[in-house]
Design a protein around this ligand. Structure first.
Ligand code: FAD
Length: 408
């Protein structure tokens, strides 16, 4: 086996996880080939909150500067009662976040993040990206992996040191690590998403509530709605979470908005009006993936991002975890040259602890944010009496996280 092949990293999927992994491995001197099923990387998805644990990595990979123009640096996360719009709690971001957690807290459209990653990948001579190429299978052998890739020209075999599976929540390749429970599960909740121009009637109505320049979560029984600025502040990402039965696998699905109107029934008129704009909303069924199955296979496979552990979005950490996975995986492989299996199992053990804690935080957020009756009153009292400093301190483990090699 020649030297180039012995270090070749093959990545399936050019989403946030796959593109970050490509850069993280290339930065460490590995040649990388990325295969992406889609013909073009379209502007799909919605807004993303990018917390300092993720932006720190993006900064180190040189991607953050390419995102700065489109991203927004919000001043705070504000929790509000959706009926009265009254403020319940606030975590300062902006300069405070950057001082405390050493990197900025940003909001951006997913397409802008993917675009910034892609621009960097295309400039990197060590990375080869092929679109319209679907990874179908892999064979493990003593020399590494041989991956079957389908393109319009037919089936091709490509060999390398390892395969990084980053094919997202609807992963068809999750099975490659031998897990039993590989299909994603519909959580019973759907995310209603729309992008509102800041100068539109809906944008002005939200501005009148005072959401400008901040992340706002409006809490109601069985429901919450989040808004934050994207597109350099020219637009607001609005996402509402309700129960739902839709389980289709697409961002572009539309649904009769009576479900949304019912869920928003007890919210303030300025919010409720948003539900009227039929046709503006797209719906995303929230699927999760069992974390019981293995994320690695000895000898050369690692699942990262949603392919490994798609979680509910209530801690706003799915993309951040994909970014952390990608960077820590490349560091783990580099740290143990010639001992790939040991490196993969050490990486998996370390990532499991982190991912479990983050996923639990998301479950906790949904439970408390959707509380009703007495439980909601207790939550509101607790939030109002909590000093902002204490709220920020409760997030240190999440936002202040840094890869092991960089711990002070
Ligand atoms: C409503 C909502 C709000 C969210 N908000 C946040 C947030 O605020 N902050 C945050 O950090 N996260 C958030 N997330 C989560 C975040 O969007 C995802 O966790 C993240 O985008 C997953 O990235 P990925 O690269 O793993 O998967 P994807 O982005 O799905 O990428 C997978 C890629 O693999 C390709 N592919 C699939 N199969 C193959 C194959 N066989 N061969 C080759 N290519 C293939 C696909 O075409 C795709 O391009 C949110 C999610 C939802 C639903």
């Amino acid at each position: 086996m020649d030297e180039a092949r012995s270090r070749q990293i093959i990545i399936a999927g050019a989403g946030i996880a796959g593109l970050t992994a490509a850069l993280a491995f290339a930065m460490r001197g590995y040649p990388v080939t990325v295969f992406e099923r889609a013909q073009r990387l379209d502007e799909v998805g919605a807004g993303l909150q990018l917390s300092p644990n993720a932006t720190g990595i993006l900064e180190r990979l040189g991607v953050l500067s390419g995102l700065q123009n489109a991203a927004v640096r919000p001043e705070a996360v504000v929790l509000r009662d959706a009926a009265s719009l009254a403020e319940l709690g606030r975590v300062a971001l902006g300069d405070f976040a950057e001082r405390r957690w050493k990197s900025p807290y940003l909001t951006a459209h997913r397409a802008d993040l993917q675009g910034a990653l892609l621009a960097h990948v295309l400039r990197e001579p060590g990375i080869d990206l092929t679109t319209g190429a679907t990874v179908r299978d892999v064979t493990l052998h003593p020399l590494g992996v041989t991956v079957s890739v389908e393109t319009s020209a037919g089936l091709e075999q490509v060999s390398g040191m390892m395969l990084v599976v980053a094919d997202g929540v609807w992963s068809g390749l999750r099975r490659l690590t031998g897990g039993a429970d590989t299909a994603s599960q519909f959580s019973g909740h759907v995310a209603w998403r729309r992008t509102v121009r800041a100068d539109s009637p809906a944008g002005r109505s939200l501005a009148a509530i005072g959401v400008g320049g901040t992340v706002n979560a409006f809490l109601a029984p069985g429901f919450h709605l989040v808004t934050y600025p994207v597109k350099a502040g020219g637009a607001l990402n609005v996402v509402a979470f309700t129960q739902g039965r839709l389980a289709e696998e697409t961002w572009s699905a539309t649904l009769d908005n009576t479900v949304l109107k019912r869920a928003m029934g007890q919210t303030a008129p300025d919010l409720l009006r948003l539900a009227d704009d039929v046709g503006e909303w797209t719906v995303w069924p929230i699927h999760t993936v069992s974390r019981a199955g293995p994320w690695t296979a000895p000898g050369g496979i690692a699942l990262i991002g949603d392919a490994a552990h798609a979680m509910t979005p209530y801690a706003a950490q799915g993309a951040a975890m994909a970014i952390e996975d990608a960077d820590t995986l490349a560091a783990a492989v580099l740290a143990q040259p010639g001992k790939l299996s040991a490196a993969l199992s050490a990486w998996e053990a370390q990532r499991r602890r982190r991912i479990e804690r983050v996923a639990r935080r998301g479950d906790f957020n949904r439970f408390t944010w959707h509380a009703a009756g007495v439980a909601a009153m207790v939550r509101n009292i607790a939030l109002r009496s909590r000093k902002p400093e204490k709220l920020a301190a409760s997030l240190d483990w999440l936002y202040g996280w840094r890869p092991a090699a960089q711990q002070p």
